[in-house]
Design a protein around this ligand. Structure first.
Ligand code: ADE
Length: 359
């Protein structure tokens, strides 16, 4: 089905997107999409198109498969869907899969692209019956856009104010039944009136190693790479539970393999290629190691406050908190305590520091 992109989900390198360390040098393990990973025309076909090809997120798939089947049988629009969870786990992909399963078009945009009322109005009035409207970063919608969406979502109605001051009047316009698919990394930042208008609210989880290995093997097949199973597992180990990063790492491995003239790609080549990009065997990159090293060398492993660390690294605190810390917390290398951040024994040991040793 055709994909129509309006503004498209905010990729790295665009103003108004989430904090990202790409404000400094770009990170190979940044979970936010690079431009070529967003633009559907340039995206090199690694995204699964159907539910049957979508690996992992089994609970999400089960819920959506039932909703799709019931919707098709009733010949209605699918209930509005809110997908939330960390970046890179496949929220946009799932919206496109849903459109494919329903045999309708998906229009893609992101909240920062809906600055003026006419941006969202323009999208709504151009929808055809049962089409999907995907809004990425929906927690960033402004109040006016949000209020336009309420009657649109609830009654498929657009309430427009015509005129100004005492002559202002509201005109209602009927919209075709459609499905709003909202995506957010911060479900908690959504206003409750907006959240309450979604019939299906689903969380995407970090992927396990088996699923990631299968995703890498599938992508290698599509890229016509002879990737051995242990090589796929090696990419899976380094991709921070995130398919978008897995596919990006795989492309870098492909570069090294083609320059070296390797036909078959084994685990050793993956390790070599990713070490070249300073991504280590648990997926940590230079930014992660800089943070942990500063904490160990400068503050005896903590506790130390976020602002102090941000100043020491020359990073913005919000970037540090939103982009660098989550994976270190998930790995159990870092902990947040009321007195500040601390490096855990696992974090120390990963950096080769003896457990509990003072700086
Ligand atoms: N590529 C990226 N995410 C994927 C997924 N969940 N399943 C299959 N291929 C993918």
């Amino acid at each position: 089905m055709a994909i129509v992109s309006s503004g498209s989900p905010a990729p790295r390198g665009r103003p108004g997107r989430e904090a990202s360390p790409s404000d400094g040098p770009p990170r190979l393990v940044d979970p936010t999409p690079a431009l070529e990973e967003v633009a559907p025309a340039r995206e090199d076909g690694l995204r699964p198109r159907r539910l049957a090809d979508y690996i992992g997120q089994s609970e999400l798939k089960q819920v959506l498969a039932i909703a799709v089947e019931a919707t098709r049988a009733r010949q209605e629009a699918l209930d509005h869907v809110l997908l939330y969870g960390p970046p890179g786990l496949g929220k946009t992909t799932m919206a496109l899969v849903l459109a494919e399963e329903l045999g309708v078009r998906c229009r893609i945009t992101s909240a920062p692209a809906l600055e003026r009322p006419r941006d969202i109005v323009g999208l709504l009035v151009n929808l055809q019956p049962h089409e999907l409207l995907f809004i990425d970063e929906i927690h960033r919608l402004n109040r006016v856009a949000e209020e336009i969406l309420y009657p649109a979502m609830e009654d498929f109605r657009l309430d427009l104010t015509v005129g100004k001051g005492t002559t202002a009047r509201t005109r209602s316009l009927e919209l075709p039944p459609f499905t709003l698919v909202g995506a957010t990394t911060r479900a908690g930042s959504l206003s409750s009136p907006l959240r309450d208008r979604f019939g299906l609210i689903q969380r995407l989880e970090f992927y396990g190693l088996d699923d990631l290995q299968a995703i890498v093997e599938r992508a290698a097949g599509l890229l016509q790479l002879a990737l051995e199973a242990d090589a796929a597992l090696e990419v899976a180990r380094r991709c921070r539970g995130t398919p978008r990063i897995a596919n990006r790492l795989l492309r870098r491995v492909r570069d090294v393999a083609s320059v070296r003239g390797h036909g078959r790609i084994g685990a050793a080549l993956v390790a070599e290629a990713l070490s070249l990009h300073r991504v280590d065997d648990r997926g940590l990159d230079a930014s992660d190691r800089r943070l942990l090293t500063l904490m160990l060398e400068g503050y005896g492993g903590g506790p130390v406050g976020l602002d102090t660390l941000a100043a020491g690294l020359g990073e913005d605190p919000a970037t540090l908190e939103a982009v660098v810390e989550p994976y270190l917390l998930q790995l159990g290398f870092l902990q947040r305590t009321p007195r500040g951040r601390i490096v855990t024994p696992a974090g120390r040991s990963h950096l080769g520091w003896p457990a509990g040793a003072a700086a």
